[in-house]
Design a protein around this ligand. Structure first.
Ligand SMILES: CC(C)(COP(=O)(O)OP(=O)(O)OC[C@H]1O[C@@H](n2cnc3c(N)ncnc32)[C@H](O)[C@@H]1OP(=O)(O)O)[C@@H](O)C(=O)NCCC(=O)NCCS
Length: 184
């Protein structure tokens, strides 16, 4: 039986382990640390079974602006399930709970860069994400509106926080960079 709950300080080591083994590197471990340190975490949830952390998901505050104002938005990243426990539905439970936590926190839009065959089943859409001026594009860049119509008639600009270590190429001229964009 899997239980989903918010992380506690005592979970940090186990979250690190799951993230490192799922991704096979340190980048996502560092991302989690930076998002925590920068106070950007909206929700950080763990999936627990037999008193062991099997999975983790983090939702963080994201700067999304339209000409008419700011949209309360979240980035879904990173998410990891221990390799031996993947494809058991744990990731799906984590996404569902994390989306609910964002909704409770007043988030109107969630953005993810991830597996194009996984996130659409939770309502994430690469077509909706085309309305976003962001450092990413293509089928892996997806968005889900928690407030219906939040991007209707709007083009919004996404600025990832420094924690992601990205160049926010939408400034000052969106899409003006000569380099191809990720996923395109
Ligand atoms: C992606 C991940 C979080 C999914 O967790 P999970 O518990 O296996 O997910 P679920 O069991 O709920 O759902 C399974 C679905 O996940 C997707 N999935 C799982 N592993 C995958 C992989 N290695 N590559 C692509 N898709 C994968 C598939 O769409 C799969 O659906 P299917 O079984 O119908 O083919 C997990 O595989 C993982 O930690 N992967 C390594 C790290 C990673 O890629 N994180 C996400 C970055 S966006």
């Amino acid at each position: 039986m899997i239980a989903i709950r918010p992380e506690t300080a005592g979970d940090h080591g186990a979250i690190e382990h799951v993230t490192r083994t799922a991704f096979g590197g340190e980048d996502e471990v560092r991302l989690i640390e930076r998002l925590r340190a920068d106070g950007l975490v909206i929700a950080s949830l763990v999936a627990v079974e037999d008193a062991t952390i099997r999975g983790h998901i983090l939702m963080s505050r994201l700067d999304v602006r339209t000409p008419s104002g700011r949209i309360p938005a979240a980035a879904l990243a990173p998410m990891a399930v221990a390799p031996a426990h993947q494809r058991r539905g744990i990731g799906s439970q984590l996404v569902t709970a994390a989306v609910a936590a964002c909704r409770d926190a007043g988030t109107d839009l969630i953005v993810v860069l991830g597996h194009p065959d996984f996130y659409p089943r939770f309502g994430f859409s690469p077509i909706l994400a085309r309305r976003l001026k962001a450092p990413f594009s293509g089928p892996a860049f997806m968005a889900r509106a928690l407030k219906p119509g939040i991007l209707d008639g709007e083009t919004a600009t996404v600025r990832y926080p420094d924690a992601f270590g990205l160049t926010n190429r939408e400034r000052p001229e969106p899409y003006s960079a000569a380099a191809p964009r990720a996923g395109s």
